[in-house]
Write a protein that binds this ligand. Structure first.
Ligand code: BGN
Length: 338
């Protein structure tokens, strides 16, 4: 567990005391970070113990308002999409890609936008992938209906790593991020495991502009509980500004484990905290699979995370695209790590 565990606060339920504690942690951490040497939060107040504390305001994060920039005569889609059902049925039976394609005739090139209104955000769903064909069918079948109902403009990017090196989840997210931005000016990136299916459509796949969001907070995999306080894996969402502010993921985690913890640490080091859904909305069904081989170096890499943050990530990413295909249901990227 990390010393800044408390920086994760479910803002809906946090007490004022918890919130203040959060920012004391972040401020303390910021002091040891060179980038923040001369940083003083504009609203900070000295406490009796000499700590600085402050309450959250959106201006603090200096986030730009994300709007769909398209020059469109259509009205913006409503803030709360009409016709959401809340709890959903999750169909885990395998489906062929052909069957799903028939069901979703309105899709083209792995992308969708609502017909009668302009979506509030353009969202890229990024899926790191290898050898999970049956999961992908189940996922796509569930997700397209889910996302369409939320009136989002979105594209689904399945980023597959070539055979050879151990699976590198963080690297594949970075590639997905870069490649999605070559297609469109996405506002929001949802980082999604292929084996998780949202169970409640009030779980809206957009990005709050003031802080990253953790969505998979109650997964069937963990008996619908958060496995530990600083857990940030499964499904999370960041704006472009937030993803850039932390230099994306580390590219160095090969094999299972740790990349999501390191990513969480980056969020804390960039002095952001994480917004969490309430537990009956952030529920996910999980598909079963054999666990991948754990990365024996993960603890070591995490412990050097802070010094690596600005030399290992989006700014050091090197890859070779073997294939980028715009299929009906998704954009399929095959990538080699170089
Ligand atoms: C943690 C893993 C995460 C993983 C969760 C849930 C590590 C780092 C060593 C402290 N972290 O233990 O990557 O998402 O379990 O499976 O292994």
């Amino acid at each position: 567990m990390h010393s800044w565990d408390n920086s994760i606060v479910n803002r809906k339920s946090a007490t004022a005391e918890q919130r203040n504690r959060t920012y004391i942690y972040l401020e303390r951490d910021a002091k040891t970070d060179d980038r923040n040497k001369n940083y003083t939060h504009p609203e900070s107040v000295e406490t009796e113990e000499g700590n600085k504390t402050y309450t959250l305001s959106t201006s603090y994060f200096n986030a730009t308002t994300s709007t769909n920039k398209e020059k469109d005569s259509l009205k913006k889609c409503p803030l709360i999409p009409p016709g959401l059902a809340g709890k959903l049925k999750v169909d885990k039976t395998p489906k062929t890609i052909e069957a799903i394609e028939k069901k979703y005739e309105m899709l083209k090139d792995g992308k969708f936008k609502p017909k009668n209104c302009t979506a509030r955000q353009k969202v890229a769903i990024l899926i790191p992938f290898r050898d999970r064909e049956s999961h992908l069918g189940i996922f796509l079948n569930h997700m397209h209906a889910f996302l369409m109902k939320q009136q989002l403009e979105y594209g689904i990017y399945v980023v597959e790593q070539t055979k050879g090196l151990e699976f590198n989840r963080g690297f594949l997210f970075n590639v997905g991020y870069k490649e999605a931005l070559k297609d469109s000016d996405y506002d929001c990136f949802v980082l999604h495991d292929v084996d998780l299916l949202p169970e409640n459509d009030h779980n809206i796949y957009t990005c709050p502009v003031d802080q990253p969001k953790h969505l998979a907070i109650a997964s069937e995999k963990w008996q619908y509980k958060l496995p530990y306080t600083s857990y940030f894996g499964g499904v999370s969402a960041l704006t472009r500004e937030q993803y850039e502010a932390i230099n994306g993921f580390s590219n160095e985690f090969f094999g299972w484990g740790g990349e999501d913890d390191d990513f969480y640490n980056r969020v804390a080091w960039a002095k952001m905290s994480v917004y969490r859904l309430i537990s009956d909305v952030g529920r996910y069904s999980a598909l079963e699979h054999k666990p991948g081989a754990a990365n024996p170096k993960r603890n070591d890499i995490i412990s050097k995370g802070k010094e690596r943050m600005w030399k290992d990530g989006l700014n050091s990413l090197k890859y070779e695209i073997i294939q980028k295909t715009y299929k009906k249901l998704y954009i399929h990227i095959i990538v080699k790590i170089v």
